[in-house]
Ligand binder design. Structure first.
Ligand code: A3P
Length: 298
């Protein structure tokens, strides 16, 4: 494969792809954007279920009616706060605005922290994040890629990657988990019980959907349905930016694909790194294999 030439920008210690970000766009997000109490944020480290939550939030907001999610691209419905197009999509939008972001708290709009705006933070097993990112980097024109998975894993583990290290991102957002306007979800939880998760999100947002509306959210936010929806499967993006014949954007949509990619040595090394980096985090996740206590059961 020809070596890719990727361009990135640096802001607040974080590296972002220059394709859709600029110093101005991040500065706008960090310093100029005015958070409204009715805003709903979809927060993630990349490849953790951002697009899935964009679809779920759109459908909940539409009371289960898929018209909006099938007629407007996901990045316009639930735009990224830090991207060049944010002001265009968000400034005049009526409430409630649905907004995505990969930014860490250190460069998130300060007004968020004193507002009533709601935030949902979705976390995924970092090993699956790494595998998902590996294929995304392979198919996209704007991300650094290493053909050798071991080398890519080293880059990911060292945080020499866009949006910084998974560990810092997760730990810095987890600091807000006790706030009533903050909902913590895992990708695994969405996979295991999408209907229950949709009900939880509705309750958090104060949205009273009837059973058929909830069923419609679940049906239209399924992996199969999203794969067939060109407004969310990224087939609208030109091939030279995302080449889906190399790897589809909606690739496998499962948990545990890391088992098909990590060697036993890589598994052990990542486990050590994880335990060291996460030793102060009290919450247990479904992937905390040494202390298998699932946090929503504790
Ligand atoms: P895989 O590459 O493992 O398949 P993001 O939107 O944050 O970039 O995350 C993309 C990942 O979420 C991809 O993971 C994608 O397939 C998965 N995903 C998106 N929608 C999903 C759904 N409805 N069900 C399960 N996984 C989904």
């Amino acid at each position: 494969m020809a070596r890719k030439v990727t361009r990135s920008i640096e802001y607040g210690g974080i590296t972002l792809p220059a394709l859709v970000h600029s110093e101005d766009s991040i500065q706008y997000a960090h310093q100029s954007f005015r958070v409204r109490d009715s805003d709903v944020f979809n927060l993630t480290y990349p490849k953790s279920g951002t697009t899935w939550m964009q679809e779920i939030l759109t459908l909940i907001h539409s009371d289960g009616d898929p018209t909006l999610s099938r007629s407007i691209p996901s990045w316009e419905r639930v735009p990224w706060l830090e991207q060049n197009t944010a002001a265009k999509y968000l400034e005049d939008r009526p409430c409630p605005r649905l907004i995505s972001s990969h930014l860490p708290p250190s460069i998130f709009p300060e007004s968020f922290f004193t507002s009533q705006a709601k935030a949902i933070y979705t976390i995924r097993d970092p090993r699956d994040v790494c595998v998902s990112l590996y294929y995304y980097a392979k198919m996209s024109s704007f991300l650094d890629y290493k053909e050798d998975f071991g080398e890519f894993l080293e880059m990911f583990s060292a945080g020499k990657i866009l949006f910084g290290t998974w560990f810092d991102h997760v730990k810095s957002w987890l600091a807000y988990k006790e706030r009533t306007n903050f909902l913590l979800l895992t990708y695994d939880e969405l996979l295991k019980d999408l209907q229950g998760s949709v009900r939880r999100i509705c309750q958090f947002l104060g949205k009273d959907l009837d059973a058929s509306a909830v069923d419609s959210v679940v049906k239209n936010a399924s992996f199969e349905s999203m794969k067939g929806n060109k407004m969310v499967n990224y087939s609208l993006v030109p091939n030279d930016v995302m080449n889906q014949s190399i790897s589809p954007f909606l690739r496998k949509g499962i948990s545990g694909d890391w088992r098909n990619h990590f060697t036993s040595e890589q598994t052990a090394a990542f486990q050590c790194l994880y335990q060291e980096k996460m030793k102060d985090v009290e919450i247990k996740f479904p992937w905390d294999e040494l202390q298998r206590k699932i946090y929503w059961e504790s």
